[in-house]
Design a protein around this ligand. Structure first.
Ligand SMILES: O=C[C@H](O)COP(=O)(O)O
Length: 242
């Protein structure tokens, strides 16, 4: 199966542009709040409403900030129609009980929403900068927790991408472990269309972008449908060539 294209949007206006561009998964995120920045719950609900009203065949995911953001705050109730949720792992490394805390916060979101949520575990590949557990630990914890998948992403959005942090054999081994656990693999980290032919060889299930979908490749600029079409064409061409 060729990978699906996830595009992160900050609101319903950007969601329309991402749909026009042909995204497969609409991800809601506020990029000004960090790698896994959570948008306001009103924006999350508005995007979920757009998808429900238009009845398009697109899944919706949402970023929920970092696990540590919720130690002293009550999670809001996520609206129906959210297929996946992602909670960052920055700052968890020094905590020996991080898995329990991570599980506890996810449970709080499920209690607030009054339903089970499909979780995508977040493995920051620049984990030392993020002060998060290393990817290998996250992959093991995700399997133990029964997460739907694992996302490899960069915490720092400074232009360094996936292979600046992980070697190809390392990525291949991690992907194999995740697929062996019957989970999805999502890759992100300022991926550009030129990186797709290399990435597709690792058989990710999802390629996740924000920067490449924005004007001038700047993740805090607005989403452009044309940039997404260009990226989708690169994915299509790479899938044919593979
Ligand atoms: O979930 C994926 C991220 O939004 C990707 O953002 P980025 O392309 O700016 O690294």
């Amino acid at each position: 199966m060729p990978p699906q294209l996830l595009v992160s949007v900050r609101n319903e206006i950007e969601a329309e542009a991402a749909l026009q561009g042909g995204c497969d998964i609409l991800d809601i995120k506020e990029p000004a709040r960090g790698s896994l920045g959570m948008a306001d719950i009103e924006a999350i609900s508005a995007v979920a409403d757009v998808i429900q009203q238009q009845q398009v065949d697109v899944e919706v995911s949402t970023a929920l900030g970092e696990t540590t953001d919720w130690y002293a705050a009550a999670p809001p109730a996520l609206p129906a129609g959210i297929s996946y949720a992602k909670l960052g792992t920055a700052g968890l490394r020094p905590d020996l009980d991080w898995q329990q805390r991570w599980t506890g916060v996810r449970r709080q979101f499920e209690l607030a929403a009054n339903r089970n949520i499909s979780w995508i575990a977040v493995a920051y590949i620049d984990w030392e900068l993020a002060d998060s557990p290393p990817p290998l630990e996250i992959v093991a914890a995700a399997a133990e927790a029964g997460c739907a998948g694992v996302l490899f992403d960069t915490f720092a959005k400074t232009g360094r991408g996936l292979f600046d942090w992980l070697s190809k054999p390392q990525l291949r081994a991690l992907v194999n472990d995740i697929h062996s656990a019957d989970q999805l693999v999502a890759v992100a980290g300022q991926i550009a269309a030129e990186n797709v032919p290399t990435l597709i060889d690792f058989a990710p299930d999802i390629i996740a972008i924000r920067s490449a979908a924005c004007a001038e490749g700047q993740r805090t600029n607005a989403i452009h449908a044309e940039a997404i079409r260009y990226f989708k064409t690169a994915m299509h061409n790479a899938a044919i060539a593979n």
